[in-house]
Design a binder for this molecule. Structure first.
Ligand SMILES: [Zn+2]
Length: 276
């Protein structure tokens, strides 16, 4: 079936091998199905967004050959209030401070029936497990309560990523979401939000988690994993794909178009993968 996928970078740091694995996976899945790929900047947390970083990410994506069909509105230009209103009977206000919640793990739902009229807006998770279906790993039953009721709008009025990403994918007509395997279980919470908005959730595909040599999730602190560093060292996009494609279950090619012909989500290793 032809899918509508998306590349949704957050302009908080330069592209690194971890993002490239997930974006490459989204690109291959969309292309292999003959589908479409959208580009959306995820900057709802506008305090972190930086125009120069955004430009560098787009440049790196093009350099890698990860072209998109259409650019949709960045989160900074979207209005999430009507969607929050639509969820009004499923939300409540929470006045707990960070200090009060420290060390508790998942939010214990203590403000659910308090009737507060100010504070953060939280979504009241319905009881019960969610059957998370991942195209690479199959079915997995997850109780979203493990994570506690998610915040949809912060106390300072900023809409939370949790709400924004679901609304964006719904509005943009995204039918497949590809993201890192560290978010696999949290997908159960996202599924609940889709259901609460009366929509059918997309299909999910989780790319392997990529770890640095120190065993921690790859991030901007691992400078040598940045695509910018590869470019400055005179490496090519094919050098990147020669390393990354096997992490997506594709051996013996460094060509993206060729890889798309061979892409099979069931061949993606469960990971995690440690970079040298
Ligand atoms: Zn609370």
């Amino acid at each position: 079936m032809s899918v509508t996928g998306r590349l949704a970078p957050t302009p908080s740091g330069r592209l690194h091998l971890g993002n490239v694995t997930a974006f490459g996976c989204a690109w291959l899945s969309a292309r292999s199905s003959g589908g479409r790929l959208l580009l959306r900047i995820e900057d709802v947390d506008s305090g972190r967004a930086r125009a120069d970083v955004e430009a560098s990410i787009l440049e790196d994506l093009r350099w890698l050959g990860l072209h998109w069909d259409e650019r949709t509105a960045p989160q900074r230009d979207r209005d999430y209030e009507p969607w929050l209103t639509r969820l009004a009977d499923r939300t409540y206000r929470c006045t707990c401070t960070r200090a009060e919640l420290a060390g508790l793990g998942a939010y214990p739902g203590r403000c659910r029936d308090a009737g507060h009229t100010e504070g953060a807006v939280r979504f009241r998770l319905p009881d019960g497990e969610v059957d998370v279906v991942d195209r690479a790993r199959g079915h997995r039953r997850v109780d979203p309560a493990t994570f506690g009721d998610p915040v949809l709008r912060r106390r300072d009025g900023v809409f939370a990523y949790n709400l924004a990403v679901v609304v964006d994918d719904l509005v943009d007509g995204v039918t497949e979401v590809v993201r890192g395997a560290d978010l696999l279980d949290y997908t159960a919470v996202q599924v609940r939000l889709w259901e609460a908005l009366g929509a059918t959730p997309p299909t999910w595909l989780h790319a392997p988690l990529i770890l640095g040599p120190d065993g921690r999730k790859l991030s901007k602190s691992h400078g040598s994993a940045e695509i910018g560093a590869w470019r400055e060292a005179g490496r090519t996009a094919r050098d990147v794909w020669r390393l990354v494609l096997p992490w997506l279950g594709i051996e013996g090619t460094d060509d993206l178009e060729e890889a798309a012909l061979r892409f099979d989500p069931r061949a993606i290793p469960a990971g995690p993968i440690t970079t040298g």
